[in-house]
Design a binder for this molecule. Structure first.
Ligand code: PHE
Length: 347
C-alpha cells in the first residue's frame, strides 16, 4: 500500500505518462478506472489514509487530494481534446454531396462533322431535305442505274471495294464509291418535286496520299421539278460557295464529265490563298475545284418512271473533307482519321 510522497510521485508520473498515450475514449475510460476508479491506484492511497499516524495522514492526505483534483482536471481536458479531434477528423473526411463533381473532359465535334453540319445547314435553309442511304450498295445503284455499265471506262473513275459475295459468278455488292446511287433510290420512292441532300461515307480502293483517303464523306444534292434549269443549278451552288467560303469568292463553272448528268460540270472558286495568282494549293491554276454537278441525265429520269419531257433536275456531289481542308488550311486528308488528338483538338 503506497502511503508516502514517494509512492504518490510514482503514481503521478505513471498516471500522467499513461494519460499522454491515451488516444481514444475507450482507453481514457480504462485509464480513469485504473487511477481514479473505486479500486484505482490513487483511491487506494486515499482509503489507506485512515491507517496512518495523524501527522503523516495530514501530509499525505493533502498531497493525495491535490493529485486527485489534478488528475480529474487532466481527465476532463483530455476528454475535451479527444472530442475535438474526432470532430476535426469528421470535418476532414466529410463528403459534401451537394458540391459539383470534378469536371469531365469535354469532347468536341470532329472537324468533318463540323463542316458537314455547316454544309447541310446551308442547303436545309434553301429548302433541301436531308436523307441517308446504305453504305453497302448494289452495283446496280452505284453504277448501272447511273449509266455506268460494266466494262464502261467510266468505272475507272471510281476504284471500287467489292463485297466478297458472289451471285451468278459476279460480285453485285460493293462499298458505295459515291453518294450518287441515292439519286436513283430517292427518285424511285418519291414523286417530284424533289429537293434532297444526302450526307454519307463513301469508300474507294485507293492508295492514300495527302489528297486521297480510302474513306471519305460526301454530300449529294438532287433537285427535280418542272422547269428546273441550269440557272437553278448555278444559282444554288454559287450561293452555297459564297456562304461556305465567303461572299468575296469568285465562282466559275467548267465542263466536266459524269455519265449520269448532261451537261456535267465542276464548280470552282478562285484560290483564296494566292488570290488567283497560282500557288501549291490551287496547282498554280488560281482556281480550286470544290464539287461536281450537272443536269440529271434524261435517261435516268425516264428509267425511274419520270416524264423527262416534263421534269428536269440538277445534281451535285461534294467531298466534305476537301471542303474542311480548304476552309481550315489542313494540308493532309489522312489527318482526319489518324486519331491524333493533337490534330483533332485544334478544331
Ligand atoms: N458522284 C460524283 C463523284 O463522286 C460527283 C457528282 C455528283 C457529279 C452528282 C455530278 C453530279 O465524283
Amino acid at each position: 500500500m503506497p502511503s508516502d510522497n514517494e509512492s504518490l510521485t510514482r503514481i503521478e508520473t505513471q498516471a500522467r505518462s499513461e494519460l499522454d498515450a491515451v488516444a481514444d475514449a475507450e482507453s481514457l475510460e480504462r485509464w480513469r478506472v485504473a487511477c481514479l476508479g473505486r479500486r484505482g491506484r490513487l483511491t487506494l492511497v486515499l482509503r489507506g489514509l485512515a491507517d496512518l499516524p495523524v501527522e503523516e495522514r495530514k501530509r499525505v492526505g493533502t498531497q493525495a487530494n491535490r493529485l486527485k483534483r489534478e488528475l480529474e482536471t487532466a481527465l476532463q481536458e483530455k476528454k475535451a481534446r479527444l472530442a475535438q479531434s474526432a470532430t476535426e477528423a469528421l470535418i476532414v473526411e466529410r463528403i459534401d454531396v451537394t458540391l459539383p463533381g470534378p469536371p469531365l473532359p469535354r469532347g468536341r465535334l470532329h472537324p468533318t462533322t463540323q463542316t458537314l453540319r455547316d454544309v447541310l445547314d446551308c442547303f436545309v435553309s434553301m429548302g433541301f431535305q436531308v436523307v441517308e442511304g446504305p453504305e453497302i450498295e448494289w452495283d446496280h445503284y452505284n453504277f448501272e442505274a447511273l449509266r455506268i455499265p460494266k466494262d464502261h471506262p467510266a468505272r475507272d473513275m471510281w476504284d471500287t471495294l467489292w463485297i466478297d459475295y458472289e451471285k451468278d459468278g459476279e460480285r453485285p455488292m460493293l462499298l458505295r464509291t459515291h453518294t450518287s446511287p441515292m439519286q436513283v433510290r430517292v427518285m424511285e420512292q418519291t414523286e417530284p418535286p424533289i429537293r434532297v441532300v444526302v450526307p454519307g461515307k463513301c469508300y474507294r480502293y485507293e492508295a492514300t496520299d495527302p489528297t486521297h483517303e480510302w474513306m471519305l464523306t460526301q454530300v449529294e444534292g438532287l433537285a427535280v421539278d418542272e422547269g428546273m434549269s441550269l440557272g437553278d443549278l448555278k444559282g444554288t451552288l454559287a450561293d452555297f460557295a459564297h456562304r461556305i467560303f465567303g461572299p468575296d469568292r469568285k465562282v466559275a463553272f467548267r465542263c466536266d464529265y459524269f455519265p449520269f448528268v448532261e451537261p456535267g460540270m465542276e464548280l470552282r472558286i478562285d484560290c483564296f490563298l494566292c488570290g488567283g495568282q497560282g500557288c501549291r494549293t490551287c496547282s498554280r491554276s488560281g482556281w480550286i475545284e470544290i464539287l461536281g454537278a450537272g443536269m440529271v441525265h434524261p435517261e435516268i429520269l425516264d428509267a425511274v418512271g419520270y416524264d423527262s419531257e416534263r421534269y428536269t433536275g440538277f445534281a451535285f456531289g461534294l467531298g466534305i473533307e476537301r471542303i474542311a481542308m480548304l476552309r481550315q488550311g489542313i494540308e493532309d486528308i489522312r489527318l482526319f482519321y489518324a486519331n491524333d488528338l493533337r490534330f483533332l483538338r485544334q478544331f
